[in-house]
Design a protein around this ligand. Structure first.
Ligand code: HEC
Ligand code: HEC
Length: 330
């Protein structure tokens, strides 16, 4: 059994535990979501609001980058569904990212972060983003923020050890946990509002299941809980990287982490919640439209070719998936 498969199954088990732990068992049974491969996101969050506020400020803080030129929000603009829409984003040092920038919404339920799932926690994800995308060293970041009395005060109020790199990462992680887009029309449909989505959109969901997309795009995020090969039936045309900087070796497929041949072109299955909003598509941003991405997926992963009408139905279903920002649970 491959490591990817094991990791994937583990995520699934974890996801199920989270659902049960969240006290959803009863309502799951009542509404019959347990028979569906896609589940609704929880409707509200329970988070440490002071950390969320501090994290939001840090998310927009250019001093996290080595030359004070860039914040997380430059590549992940929150008013643009959490991704900048570029094929490759510009980093603080002016060079380009290797991978396409994914959204920061709904990331808390992923089995692991980044396209190749190389880190497990949001804290570790922040650790890397600050070094690799923003070109900073952590001691520098902490000393720049410490010059600001309001940061010193905010950190001291929340954390017994005050302003520390680990606490910067913790606050940013807590903020990202708040970025949940909930109560989508599709979630309402799953919860029993049968007319929350149109017959065409229902047909799209039926096709999405029937064709086999749900084998990989499933759970609360329609992805994010498995690692899979991109190109199971058809090998993807792969562009070899032009040079092998540290970043290019890290930001790549799973093979770059494990060295196992079977992990070539293996990625975390991307979530599809905001898929109509986050063009371009695939880890390399190589496909400009969602219709092309759907058609290509059917060929690559399932060995099928879908006609334009079927693609349009699946895309219509995708339009039902995005929700609005979750509030605090009361
Ligand atoms: C220069 C643009 C850029 C900046 C600045 C940036 N990111 Fe990213 N972000 C990316 C790219 C590109 C990836 C995908 C890299 C990969 O998977 O190898 C990514 C991945 C992520 C992910 C993982 C999402 C997933 O689908 O696995 C999260 C979460 C994230 N970034 C949050 C942040 C935070 C928080 C900051 C600020 C500390 C930040 N990013 C700064 C471009 C950027
Ligand atoms: C065997 C697993 C698997 C199956 C089956 C599968 N996908 Fe995917 N899907 C993936 C992986 C892995 C990627 C990432 C591909 C890449 O970046 O090269 C992906 C990417 C996508 C993307 C692009 C998302 C983005 O943000 O870039 C879309 C859209 C998509 N899939 C839709 C579908 C549809 C529709 C089907 C059914 C026709 C389907 N997938 C079937 C694994 C799968």
């Amino acid at each position: 059994m491959s490591k990817s498969f094991l990791l994937g199954s583990l995520g699934w088990v974890l996801a199920v535990c989270c659902l049960i732990g969240g006290g959803w068992t009863q309502s799951l049974q009542a509404k019959g979501w347990d028979r569906e491969p896609v589940q609704p996101l929880p409707v509200c969050t329970r988070l440490f609001q002071d950390k969320v506020r501090l994290g939001r400020q840090l998310f927009h803080e250019v001093r996290l980058s080595f030359n004070n030129s860039q914040s997380c929000a430059d590549c992940h603009p929150l008013h643009r569904w959490g991704a900048d829409g570029q094929r490759h984003s510009r980093k603080a040092d002016g060079s380009q990212t290797v991978m396409n920038t994914p959204t920061v919404y709904n990331v808390r339920y992923y089995i692991a972060q980044f396209w190749n799932g190389r880190v497990r926690t949001l804290q570790d994800q922040v650790e890397e983003a600050v070094r690799l995308e923003m070109g900073s060293q952590w001691p520098e970041v902490v000393s720049k923020l410490a010059q600001d009395a309001s940061y010193r005060q905010s950190f001291a109020q929340i954390y017994s050890d005050g302003l520390q790199a680990a606490n910067v990462r913790d606050a940013l992680a807590e903020f990202m946990r708040s970025l949940l887009l909930v109560n989508s029309r599709f979630d309402r449909y799953l919860r029993g509002e049968s007319n929350a989505i149109t017959p065409l959109e229902q047909e799209g969901y039926r096709l999405f299941k029937e064709v086999g997309c749900v084998a990989c795009h499933q759970g609360v995020n329609l992805g994010g809980n498995l690692l899979q090969k991109s190109g199971i039936f058809l090998r993807r045309a792969v562009e070899e990287p032009v040079n092998t900087s540290v970043q290019e070796r890290v930001e790549a497929d799973r093979f770059q982490l494990t060295g196992n041949e079977e992990d070539r072109e293996v990625f975390k299955v991307p979530a599809l919640r905001l898929v109509t909003r986050t063009a371009p598509y695939f880890h390399d941003g190589s496909l400009p439209t969602v219709e092309e991405a759907v058609g290509r997926m059917a060929q690559l992963q399932l060995g099928r070719s879908l006609n334009q009408a079927d693609i349009a139905k699946i895309v219509a279903f995708f339009h039902t998936l995005e929700g609005s920002l979750a509030g605090e649970c009361r």
